[in-house]
Write a protein that binds this ligand. Structure first.
Ligand code: IVH
Length: 678
């Protein structure tokens, strides 16, 4: 029986690996998501029941383990985050060619050293990411490390394992064996589209967006918690091997082998002689904006590996390869003015208003100066001649000031102390690079705040969606979130395309939202860094919102999971008279946030893990969750052997099935209501 199961588990692992490869590497999925989930669930079930059948390369094991603790270091030392690993074959860097002449010089040196008239090269995009080394032993991924200084890198295995383009096990043809050792080397990147998605998510969560895909990839890879890395859409291209038990004759052969093992490789084009290389370069340059990834040049490598051996290296760069950079998309223009822009999350960014100029085919009239430190570092003044750069789809930025062109008439920019949009204080907290507007009713932030305020997990005002929010703001009917409770039929009917029926429905929803819980209310305030979990912790620590007004920062910091940065943000929020006034108005309009009841000691669900599935007619999922938590229980999203109880409402699906399979106790809605005494 176990032998059969072991066979089935192996088969499932192979199938899932195959579909992962089709989906993530080749971008050609063969099966539906549901079909894929079915395979994964079957494998999870076998492994849950027979842990001995779980293998480290199983697709169920991508996020294994918890966050790594900082390694313990003696007092006064800097914390060492990651274990150091040695690259026995050093990871080299590349020499650069900034022009065709410099590339021709390279070709000449290569031909001379080899005594050849023409050399066969391979041309690859120069990807702008983080270089990485992946060590496979007998086909299994055992280590993922950064380049570091080339001789020693950092062991990021647990994070690297979460990247879906990286197979945990190499694919090998039937009857063949995986190589004893293969160290695959390449680049971790964020594709342009994934970068845009990630930044959208960051902004929605009230976090700062990343400046460019490279920074975002680096930051995502170096997370202490692999679950965060797993949530970032990182991907890879593999273009070299380091230590390896296989022998190849050419780079092209090596790339084909890497591809065969299921690794994603970049386009690698053979070109005979310098003229052919130039043609490939021109083609790549023309198509750079159409590529899914950022590319800042083309890497040219000698194809024949014996020839590489003969050429050797100088200092840390091989003589057999060069990076021919693309011309930077930079142009000169004049800074006509500098002002600040207030983002949806309250971030205040200095922006240079430019004399319009064409950069890489696009007309540019604004460039970001990022923050005060960047502005000072670059020493940009109003009236300066500057170079601006447009890198891919990223916002144009000021690269440098042309100081020789200064006349003395240039003016310094002074960071405003007040928000230009709402007049609230603009602050820069210690340790932070950005200034922020602290006003709760700032119109720039208001649209975003209203969306959060009305969200299902906050005040739950159905019908108050994005379109209506914009209409309300444009009509001037809402100047801060408290105005939602001052809306009436007459006001709503002023809005374009608003009928009486919809207006009545909306008013009913607004009325309903007045009965709420303290945690929802605190979350709805949109305090920076305060998500649902922190809002809940605050609601448990204070009897009501007014008692948060005068609490010192330390009081917030004493709450579990609230660090100094978050405590400061909360404290500052309640210090603003403007914010208190808004809260007071909301409360005065009849909103009654019910205090959080402490969990009942020995409550009906004390110490139990409960899973909710399907719909219930008498209470919402969120309310059911609150009832369980109030009685000392924990609500989890998925059924496992550790689940104590499944509450199955109408149309319960796979979770109910799984509970039955695992023999977990299941109750229906009526039984659940009895358990909570309703
Ligand atoms: S080959 C000795 N190929 O550029 C050759 N590198 O400055 C080692 N890079 O650290 C690298 N795209 O992170 C190679 N197609 C490509 C590349 C590439 C980007 C990066 C790599 C390396 C840096 C060298």
């Amino acid at each position: 029986m176990t032998a059969d199961l072991a066979g089935r588990a192996k088969e499932l692992r192979e199938q899932i690996r195959y579909h992962d490869h089709r989906y993530y590497v080749l971008d050609q999925p063969l099966v539906s998501d549901a079909e894929y989930d079915r395979l994964l669930r079957e494998l999870e079930k076998i492994e849950a029941e027979h842990p001995e059948l779980t293998t480290p390369d199983s697709p169920t094991q991508r996020v294994a383990g918890e966050a790594v603790d900082r390694l313990k270091t003696p007092p006064g030392w800097l914390p060492l985050r990651w274990r150091k690993v040695e690259h026995r074959v050093p990871m080299l860097s590349l020499g650069k060619a900034m022009s065709e002449d410099e590339f021709r010089d390279f070709d000449l040196r290569v031909r001379k050293s080899l005594g050849l008239d023409k050399v066969v090269y391979v041309c690859e995009p120069k990807l702008d990411g983080i270089s990485i080394s992946l060590r496979y032993e007998n086909g299994a991924l055992v280590r993922g490390a950064t380049r570091g200084d080339g001789a020693f890198g950092e062991d990021l295995t647990s994070n690297v394992r979460t990247i879906r383009t990286i197979p945990l096990g190499l694919s090998v043809k039937a009857g063949e064996k995986a190589p004893a050792l293969l160290e695959a080397r390449g680049e971790v990147i964020l594709a342009k589209k994934d970068f845009a998605d990630l930044n959208r998510r960051q902004e929605e969560a009230g976090e700062d967006p990343f400046v460019n895909p490279r920074n975002a990839a680096a930051g995502s890879l170096r997370q202490l918690d692999p679950r965060i890395t797993a949530s970032r859409p990182l991907s890879t291209y593999i273009y070299e091997v380091g230590e390896c038990s296989l022998k190849f004759k050419t780079h092209s052969e090596k790339i084909a082998a890497l591809q065969g093992f299921g690794l994603r490789t970049p386009p690698s084009l053979r070109a005979e002689g310098a003229d052919a290389v130039k043609a490939v370069y021109q083609d790549m340059l023309e198509k750079r904006h159409a590529q899914p990834f950022e590319q800042d040049g083309m890497v040219i490598k000698v194809d024949d590996l014996d020839q590489r051996e003969r050429l050797g290296q100088v200092s840390r760069s091989p003589r057999w390869a060069i990076a021919w950079k693309f011309p930077a998309e930079e142009e000169e223009t004049v800074v006509e003015n500098i002002d600040v822009q207030v983002g949806r999350t309250g971030k205040v960014t200095p922006v240079a208003r430019l004399k319009p100029v064409l950069v890489g085919g696009a007309n540019v009239s604004n460039a970001t100066l990022h923050n005060e430190d960047e502005l000072k570092r670059k020493d940009v003044k109003i009236g300066d001649h500057v170079f601006i750069r447009r890198a891919g789809d990223v916002i144009p930025e000021v690269v440098a000031v042309i100081k020789e062109k200064r006349t003395g008439a240039e003016k310094d920019f002074v960071f405003p102390g007040q928000c230009p949009v709402c007049g609230a204080a603009v602050v820069r907290n210690a340790g932070e690079a950005n200034h922020r507007c602290t006003g709760i009713s700032c119109p720039a932030q208001l649209a975003g705040h209203l969306a959060l305020f009305s969200a299902r997990t906050a005040m739950d005002i159905q019908g108050l969606g994005d379109k209506l929010i914009i209409a309300l703001l444009e009509a001037g009917l809402v100047k801060d979130v408290s105005d939602v409770y001052a809306l009436n039929l007459e006001k709503l009917l002023q809005l374009p395309r608003m009928g009486e029926k919809s207006a009545q429905n909306l008013l009913a929803q607004i009325e309903k939202s007045k009965k709420t819980s303290l945690r929802r209310f605190v979350f709805a305030l949109g305090i920076r860094h305060v998500g649902e979990a922190t809002a809940k912790a605050l609601a448990q620590a204070f009897p009501d919102v007014k008692s948060m007004y005068e609490a010192p920062s330390e009081k917030f910091q004493s709450i579990r999971d609230v660090g100094p940065e978050v405590a400061t943000a909360i404290h500052q929020f309640f210090q603003q008279p403007q914010n208190r006034a808004v809260i007071d108005r909301i409360l005065a309009s009849g909103v009654t946030p019910e205090p959080e009841k402490p969990p009942e000691a020995g409550g009906a669900f004390s110490g139990k893990t409960v899973v909710l599935t399907g719909g219930m007619s008498s209470l919402s999922r969120d309310d059911a969750k609150a009832e369980i938590e109030r009685r000392g229980g924990k609500v989890s999203g998925s059924v496992s052997k550790k689940t104590d109880l499944v509450v199955a409402g109408e149309d319960a699906g796979s979770k109910l099935a799984k509970a039955k399979e695992l023999g977990v106790k299941v109750v229906d809605e009526a039984e659940f209501l009895r358990m909570i005494g309703k």
